[in-house]
Write a protein that binds this ligand. Structure first.
Ligand code: PLP
Length: 418
C-alpha cells in the first residue's frame, strides 16, 4: 500500500459546497414541488458572449485544416494572448508588467494552489483574511504548511486576520512577521474591495518584512469605483513583492471553458534555505513547463477576443447585468432592514443574519436552513468561509434577473412573516 499524504486528514470532512449540496438535495427529496433558487455557488449563468464564441469557432476551423493545425503550444501561453493581457490589463492602467511575466493557465483556483510548489514546505507563516476563499487555506493544509485545526476550524501556522464590519472588511497589516499573505480584492465572500491606501500599506508591509503577497484579482472586472486599483502592480513597489492571479471565469463566462493567468514578475525574489536569493519567475517557469502543457489554442483565441472592441462591449454588458442583480439584492434586502454589504464592486452581497428568535443574531447555518425551508432559496453560510464569517450569509448575483427578483421577493416575504 502506498503511503498517503497524511496532511489531507487534517481537513474538515465536508468542504462547504458539498455540505450545501447535501442539505439542498435532502430538502428537494422531501419537497419535490418546491422551486428552489440557487444563489449559493458563485458560478456564472449567462452564455458566452458571441464575439468569444465566434473566435473559438474560427480557431476550431483552423485546427481542422492541415496548413493551420497546431499541436502543443507554448506552456506559458501564446504570445498573441500574453501581449494583449500585458497591454490591456496592466500597461493601460500604468502597471508595469511584461508579456513574458504572464503565465496563461486553466484556472486561478489551480494556480493559487499550484504556487505552493515553488515555496518551501512548512517554512513559511501564512496570513489570510477571515472570512476567506477556502482554497487558500485548504491547499496550505494539503501541502503540509500547517498544524492541526482548533475547535474554531483555525489551523496552526496560519495567521487569521478578521475582516469585520468595524474595519470595513479590510484588516490592518499584522503586528507580527508573516512570510506569505493571501489578499483577494474584490473579495470573495464579503464583496469588499481594497483601496489604494490599504493596498499600499500591504505592499509596504511586504517590502519591510520580506513577505510575498499572493493577490487574487479574479473579480477585478466587477470594480465600478474608479478609485479602486484593479491590479496590485498599480501600487509602487508591488513588482518586488507580489504575484497576481487573474481569471476569465467570472469576467467573460469561462468557468466551464477554463482560462486564467498568473503574473510572476522578474523582480520578485524568494530565498533558499541558506539565504540565497532566487528569482521566483525562474522557479515558476520551471514548474509550469514541467507540470502543465498549456491551455488549448481554441480557448486562448476565445480569451483573446475578450480584448477586441466587440468582446469588450459584450463582456462589459455581462458584468453590468450581474452587478444589476447585485443591486436588486442590495436594495430589496436593505429596504426590509437587513444589514447589507458588498455587491457594488463585486458579484457577492454579504448579509448579516437577522435576529434568530432568541434576541441574538441567527447563526449562519441556521439562517441558511431557514432560507432553504421557508423561501426555498440557497445561499452560502458565512461561517463556511471562516470563524469571522459567522453571523453572515453570502448571496451570489450570478443568476437570471427573474430568479434574483423572485428569490428576493420570497426572502422579503419570509422576513415579513417572522
Ligand atoms: N479566486 C476566487 C477568489 C474565486 O472566488 C474563484 C471562484 O470562485 C476562483 C479564484 C476560481 O477561479 P478559476 O475559475 O479561474 O479557477
Amino acid at each position: 500500500m502506498g503511503r498517503v499524504n497524511d496532511h489531507y486528514l487534517k481537513l474538515k470532512a465536508g468542504y462547504l459546497f458539498p455540505e450545501i449540496g447535501r442539505r439542498v438535495r435532502a430538502f428537494e427529496a422531501a419537497n419535490p414541488n418546491a422551486k428552489v433558487i440557487r444563489l449559493g455557488i458563485g458560478d456564472v449563468t449567462e452564455p458566452m458572449p458571441p464575439a468569444i464564441a465566434a473566435a473559438m469557432h474560427a480557431a476550431v476551423d483552423e485546427m481542422a485544416r492541415r496548413e493551420t493545425f497546431r499541436g502543443y503550444g507554448p506552456e506559458q501561453g501564446y504570445d498573441f494572448l500574453r501581449e494583449k493581457i500585458a497591454e490591456h490589463d496592466f500597461r493601460s492602467r500604468g502597471a508595469e508588467v511584461a508579456a513574458d511575466e504572464i503565465f496563461v493557465s486553466d484556472g486561478c483556483k489551480c494556480d493559487s494552489g499550484n504556487f505552493l510548489d515553488v515555496l518551501a514546505t512548512g517554512a513559511n507563516v501564512t496570513a489570510v483574511t477571515d472570512p476567506v476563499y477556502p482554497v487558500y487555506v485548504d491547499t496550505n493544509v494539503m501541502a503540509g504548511n500547517t498544524g492541526v485545526a482548533n475547535e474554531r476550524g483555525e489551523f496552526e501556522r496560519i495567521v487569521y486576520l478578521p475582516a469585520t464590519v468595524a474595519n470595513g472588511f479590510s484588516p490592518a497589516v499584522p503586528g507580527r512577521h508573516v512570510d506569505v499573505i493571501y489578499l483577494c480584492s474584490p473579495n470573495n465572500p464579503t464583496g469588499a474591495v481594497l483601496t489604494r491606501e490599504a493596498l499600499t500599506r500591504w505592499v509596504d508591509y511586504a517590502r519591510r518584512e520580506g513577505a510575498l503577497i499572493l493577490f487574487d484579482a479574479a473579480y477585478e472586472a466587477f470594480i465600478t469605483d474608479p478609485a479602486i486599483p484593479h491590479s496590485i502592480y498599480e501600487i509602487p513597489g508591488a513588482r518586488d513583492v507580489a504575484v497576481e492571479l487573474r481569471s476569465f471565469s467570472k469576467t467573460a463566462g469561462f468557468t466551464g471553458t477554463r482560462c486564467a493567468f498568473t503574473v510572476v514578475t522578474k523582480t520578485l525574489m524568494g530565498k533558499t534555505a541558506d539565504g540565497q536569493e532566487v528569482q521566483l519567475h525562474a522557479l515558476w517557469t520551471r514548474r509550469h513547463t514541467t507540470k502543465f502543457n498549456g491551455v488549448s489554442y481554441v480557448v486562448q483565441r476565445g480569451a483573446e477576443a475578450v480584448y477586441g472592441t466587440e468582446g469588450q462591449a459584450q463582456v462589459r454588458a455581462l458584468i453590468y447585468f450581474y452587478l444589476g442583480n447585485a443591486e436588486v439584492i442590495r436594495e430589496r434586502l436593505s429596504a426590509v432592514g437587513l444589514e447589507v454589504h458588498g455587491g457594488v464592486n463585486a458579484p457577492y452581497v454579504w448579509i448579516a443574519t437577522p435576529e434568530g428568535g432568541d434576541g441574538r443574531r441567527a447563526e449562519s447555518w441556521a439562517f441558511f436552513d431557514r432560507l432553504l425551508a421557508e423561501a426555498n432559496v440557497v445561499v452560502t453560510p458565512g461561517s463556511g468561509f471562516g470563524a469571522a464569517g459567522e453571523g453572515f450569509v453570502r448571496i451570489s448575483a450570478f443568476n437570471s434577473r427573474a430568479n434574483v427578483e423572485e428569490a428576493t421577493r420570497r426572502i422579503v416575504a419570509m422576513l415579513g412573516r417572522a
